[in-house]
Design a binder for this molecule. Structure first.
Ligand code: ZN
Length: 169
């Protein structure tokens, strides 16, 4: 029963992405995803509550945060999504939140020193307006100077282009 709901939801998501114009720009794509989530959160069950990142992405102002050149290619996006067949609700939520995150996080050009598998992205510690670098793969967080973050648990939000300017980057 649950599996069926996931499949139905995923089809609905793909249909949304196929709607005319949705893949015309990163901004429109972002808005379409957020719109789809807002209309379907009630089906996510506990996963929507678990996913802080999804919540953050939904509440960002995309005109400030959607980056100029995400790595994701709009012309390939439908192909990419159609190859994914989430069998669980948390996988579906994860795929969507990762997509949003890719659209709003600026990569630093520096490899993660912890897992060496991913490039660190610029984020802000939400309540301290401190610029940090985070690895999306292993969760490593470090200060701008490369020292490991020692501030304990902190909620991070993407650092926008304007934020980076303020920090002289
Ligand atoms: Zn890492």
């Amino acid at each position: 029963m649950k599996k069926k709901l996931v499949a139905v939801l995923w089809d609905s998501f793909i249909e949304e992405v196929k709607s005319p114009g949705v893949l015309d720009s990163y901004l429109i794509y972002y808005l379409a995803i957020v719109n789809w989530i807002t209309n379907n959160t009630r089906y996510f069950g506990d996963n929507s509550i678990k996913s802080k990142r999804l919540e953050i992405c939904i509440n960002l102002d995309p005109t400030l945060y959607v980056i100029d050149e995400p790595e994701l290619s709009l012309s390939m996006e439908l192909d990419r999504l159609e190859r994914i067949k989430p069998s669980k609700m948390d996988t579906l939520v994860m795929v969507i939140e990762d997509t949003l995150w890719d659209l709003v996080t600026i990569k630093s050009g520096k490899d993660c020193p912890n897992c060496t598998d991913d490039e660190l992205r610029y984020v802000l510690a939400k309540n301290e307006s401190k610029l940090l670098l985070e690895c999306d793969t292993c969760g490593w967080i470090e200060y701008e100077n490369g020292c490991k973050w020692d501030g304990g648990y902190t909620q991070v939000i993407p650092a926008s282009k304007n934020d980076l300017l303020q920090f002289g980057i």
